[in-house]
Design a protein around this ligand. Structure first.
Ligand code: DOR
Ligand code: ZN
Length: 337
């Protein structure tokens, strides 16, 4: 917790975890992984690579690549397997001890999700196996509807899964709306992650003035009312809520020309979170949000590390190589020690 006064102030976090991040592959992986491993003792590294991490051979290879890119920091990658509705009981049972979770993408709702699930009615046999194996299900919960309503429309799917499989741990990834927040406490087996950008920004920050492509992400940013409910949830200290940044790097060129969705927040995460919790006089809640809740929900034992922030101003660079971060050019109050 906070020690000292004024500019001497330091903040120590025990084994922070980012429960949702995109680290990509190859050169991009080697470029971005150190931002995450410098701040976090572990992270849920999403499997929407090309091709997706949807079998155990790719799983072991991706874990190996992430660990190599995260060195020299003690860092544990938790890689959820990309959900396929034809996974067999035999395969999942055999892989169980290596597996952390499965990640379900409805087909086409976001980056590299074309191979996701096309028919949500077909997922139940696999969910039944997952429940038996106590394997958590992470979900990108959006329909293919009108974009501001996609998450709201998906709550009915969450409801169906949570009631049909009451022992299955179901994690609503990157929630953004008051409907998702209202749903969270209705079922014991439902949990969620919240990103930095959905905690801080609204749709107007992206397109209320000049268009800011670096805040374009999926789910898209929402209204101030929704954002305020997300903030209140995080500041309530609800133990079902975990931090998951959804930091999702794309090159500046692809953001501008192809309109790729994803906010690259990795370099600013802990400083911005400290600033947010400090602004709300709630710094004592940060440890649970960035680590303890996830450890309990997933029963994780990440590497024991203490990550220290100091209260010292720094200015976020305009770009890191070919990638423009969120908060580029802004001066932040907290810095990684
Ligand atoms: O904005 C997003 N970008 N949302 C996602 O769900 C995926 C991510 C990406 O992989 O770029
Ligand atoms: Zn994501």
């Amino acid at each position: 917790m906070g020690k000292g006064h004024g500019t001497d102030m330091k903040l120590s976090l025990k084994s922070p975890l980012d429960m949702h991040v995109h680290l990509r592959q190859d050169d991009m992986l080697r470029h971005v992984a150190p931002f995450t491993s410098a701040q976090f003792a572990g992270a849920v590294c999403m499997p929407n690579t090309l091709p997706p991490v949807d079998n155990m051979e790719r799983f072991h290879e991706y874990v190996r690549q992430v660990k190599a890119a995260a060195a020299p920091h003690a860092f544990e990658p938790y890689v959820p397997l990309f959900f396929r509705d034809d996974f067999s009981r035999e395969m999942l049972t055999e892989a169980r001890d290596d597996l952390f979770a499965l990640k379900l993408y409805p087909a086409g709702v976001t980056t590299n999700s074309e191979g996701g699930v096309a028919e949500l009615t077909k997922i139940e046999p696999v969910l039944d196996i997952m429940q038996d194996l106590d394997l958590p299900l992470l979900v990108h919960g959006e329909t293919n509807g009108y974009s501001p309503d996609r998450e709201r429309e998906f709550v009915a799917v969450y409801e169906h899964i949570a009631t049909t499989f009451p022992k299955l741990r179901l994690i609503m990834e990157h929630i953004t709306t008051k409907d998702s927040v209202a749903f969270l406490d209705k079922h014991e087996n439902v949990f969620c992650t919240v990103t930095l950008h959905h905690l801080l920004y609204t749709l107007d920050d992206m397109l209320g003035g000049l268009f800011n492509p670096f805040l374009f992400c999926k789910p898209i940013l929402k209204s101030a009312e929704d954002r305020d409910v997300i903030q209140a949830l995080v500041l309530s200290g609800n133990k079902k809520v975990m931090f998951g940044s959804d930091s999702a790097p794309h090159t500046e060129v692809l953001k501008r020309t192809e309109g790729m969705a994803g906010c690259f927040t990795a370099p600013v995460l802990l400083p911005m979170l400290a600033q947010f919790f400090e602004d709300h006089e709630a710094l004592e809640l940060l440890q649970a949000f960035v680590s303890d809740n996830a450890r309990r929900i997933y029963r994780l034992s990440p590497p024991e590390r203490t990550v220290v922030l100091e209260r010292e101003a720094w200015t976020v660079p305009p770009r890191y190589g070919s990638i423009v971060p969120v908060n580029a050019g802004e001066t932040l109050r907290w810095k990684l020690a």
